[in-house]
Design a protein around this ligand. Structure first.
Ligand SMILES: [Zn+2]
Length: 459
């Protein structure tokens, strides 16, 4: 067997099976053939074994699997830095209706989705994220919004699961008084068309049905979501308990986990974002069904939603992963560090969430949540060659004894130097090899301007 690429001269972190017990190889190397990993081992030995391979020199840095983010809305970057009149926002409900829906999702266009997704995907790759689960929203950009998203994802070079939100919400109408099953049908149609176009394993893109929330859908729509997901062999992504529990109880007579369980939605193929306002009983339901949690602590803080009970959910055996809604910088280091710190502060307990547990949220846990553990999340022979090289900026040595702490203390996404997806170098020297970054940013800013103007911003 001949390797095409040999990444060597670095500290290799395999994350197999996890961050704490995964193998580390000092002065190690990763041999890659085509789109998959051939071998992980001692640098000198692999150099001798694969003399013809193109060498990527990690220069004493860290070689590891790419990070995985399990919940995002990439078009949200158009709302970054939007001059919002916060005096109009009194609580999360205002924030969702005005900032989330009226000022963003309802005026989203396919051109906007394409430009924003290309920007966000490129930015995430540059920060070491190689796989993302994307939840597209934009009820006035149907049909075809997922094609705009997929085009951008393929051009940027990232791996993604993608789905459109199924919701009965009607743009411009009040969610409590005017809902429409036809709207949900349009969402199903968009997803199904996409699942047929991108069958599992055919490309870097695959489907994951989006079900917006239990609050914005009726019982029959939830039941249909499970049927469609099973028919096409895709998982489900859903928001759970981002809003107060009482809202859902008022509408359905039971909590979100309860009605999602009753309607058959929940299962081990479900990735549930947020999961904040939950009782012990709700957590037990999620655990019983083996639901995967996408923890999004920064947006939850931004929205004043409260703090998800992550330590309790871990104790209940739930699989916790990291999501970020595509707010803020898209630097994975920020989200990991925030998750690392938040629960310690919130519970006044420095012993909670050691760094290895937080790293697993963006590695093996995330790969399992997306049903991709056989392909990504660790460096092992046969897995996809989604590999990153970090050149740490650190005041202290980065060695097997210190490298895990590096990720809670001094790691920043900009220290990621090289990124491979499917064995292809998509970031080199910290820059995209796939797109013209200046043009991508310019196009995104243009679309942001167009969107902002619709909200009355003069720019
Ligand atoms: Zn979300």
């Amino acid at each position: 067997m001949a390797a095409d690429i040999l990444i060597k001269n670095g500290l290799v972190l395999t994350f197999a099976p996890d961050a704490l017990t995964g193998g580390m190889v000092d002065a190690g190397a990763v041999a890659i053939e085509g789109d998959h990993i051939l071998e992980v081992g001692d640098g000198a030995a692999l150099s001798a074994k694969y003399p013809g391979a193109r060498v990527i020199d990690a220069q004493g840095g860290v070689i590891m699997p790419g990070f995985i983010v399990t919940h995002t809305h990439m078009p949200y970057v158009l709302g970054h830095n939007m001059p919002v009149d916060f005096s109009q926002l009194h609580d999360f409900w205002d924030m969702l209706q005005k900032m989330g829906w009226e000022w963003l999702e309802d005026i989203t266009t396919q051109e906007g989705v394409y430009a924003a997704t290309r920007y966000a995907a490129t930015k995430m790759l540059k920060n070491g994220v190689t796989t993302v689960c994307e939840f597209v929203e934009g009820p006035n950009a149907l049909p075809g919004i997922l094609d705009a998203s997929a085009k951008a994802i393929l051009e940027a070079g990232i791996r993604a699961q993608v789905g459109y939100e199924v919701t009965e919400r009607v743009p411009g109408k009040h969610i409590l008084t005017d809902v429409s099953v036809e709207r949900a049908e349009q969402g199903f149609e968009e997803n199904i068309r996409f699942f047929k176009k991108y069958p599992k394993g055919s490309s870097r893109i695959e489907g994951r049905l989006g079900l917006h929330t239990a609050f914005t859908n009726s019982r029959p729509t939830m039941e249909k979501a499970r049927k469609v997901a099973d028919e096409y062999g895709v998982g489900i992504q859903v928001h759970i308990a981002e809003i107060p529990r009482a809202f859902v109880v008022e509408k359905h007579g039971m909590s979100a986990p309860e009605i999602l369980s009753e309607t058959g939605v929940l299962g081990p193929d479900v990735v549930a974002a947020h999961c904040i306002d939950l009782t012990d009983g709700d957590i037990a339901i999620l655990a019983k069904h083996g639901v995967n949690i996408a923890h999004t602590p920064m947006t939850n803080s931004f929205g004043g939603n409260g703090v998800a009970r992550i330590p309790d959910m871990m104790a209940a055996g739930l699989n916790i992963t990291i999501g970020h809604d595509c707010f803020f910088t898209l630097d994975i280091a920020e989200y990991l560090r925030y998750a690392f710190l938040l629960h310690k502060a919130h519970n006044a307990n420095a012993g909670l969430l050691p760094v290895f547990q937080v790293l697993d949220m963006a590695m093996g846990n995330a790969a399992r949540a997306l049903g991709m553990a056989d392909r990504i999340g660790s460096l092992e022979a046969g897995k996809k060659a989604d590999v990153i090289v970090i050149k740490p900026d650190s005041p202290s040595p980065i060695a097997p004894c210190s490298v895990l702490s590096y990720f809670d203390m001094t790691f920043q996404g900009r220290q990621v130097d090289t990124v491979l997806v499917d064995g292809r170098v998509v970031v080199e020297g910290g820059h995209s090899t796939q797109v013209d970054e200046a043009q991508v940013m310019k196009d995104c800013q243009e679309q942001a301007k167009i969107l902002w103007r619709k909200t009355g911003v003069q720019i």
